[in-house]
Write a new protein. Sequence first.
Length: 299
Amino acid sequence: MLKHIKTLPGHQNPVYALAPSDQDELFFSAGNDKGIVEWSLAEMAFVKVKMPVQSSVYCLHYFNYLLFVGERSGAFSVYDLKKQEVIARINAHLKPIFNIKTVQSKHELITTGEDGTVAVWSLTDFKEIYRFQAAYDTVRTIALSPDETEIAFGCKDHLIKIYNLSDYSLKQNLEGHKLPVTALAYHPESRYLISGSRDAQLKIWSLADYALLQNIPAHMFTVYDIAFHPTLPYFATSSQDKSIKLWDAENFKLYKILSLEKAGIGHTHSINKIVWSNDGKYLISTGDDKQVMIWEMES
């Protein structure tokens, strides 16, 4: 399954964001430090500080040689990895940005965060196309359906809000969580939507009629991230309870718990973010303990 192979130290403060790239086995991390860090999976080592930032980074998103950086200030930057420079910095929101996604089919960028607004930007010139109020409080997380027909927002008011991507009209509100929704992910083949919350539960939602299919008491505290393996029928979750769990994406059986208690190695604080490498060989995790950990998927 998964085994720990490397801990990468270097961050001086909690880390909130990770993004894999599709070039040279590189990935990026950022948080309360003053810069974006580039790492090599091939070397299992620090490469360099990629760019300075003006405030804490809450999210990173990689798309087509561009790295999007969402900041606590409400601004986002666009770093061009080919030109090796920042090509845009936009004061997008009045409050922190918590999530950024790209809609490839529409050539659009989506940002959202603490002000509850969702802003839609052109990927060509980063001009604002549209903006709407998805919630009256924080929108913490975004998930895009694999066919890019709908987009889901996880909100502080316990709701999951589903919008049509064609015109950003509201399609459905999903009620079920008792506390703020903090993680969302669509099954890669659109079999279901999975949500995680501060209530420590995972909920599985049907995409046919948005019925609640299953509730899993997954963690002890907040579920901060859900990440599907790129090729195999697994997904991983990470939590404030300092553990990563690996699940079967077909029957939701728990396969493995990666924590200090269970594995003898793991994070000592909240695990804020997990991502798979593009080839699915590694799971990368990070959090409040300032460490970046690499876990290898054993075939």
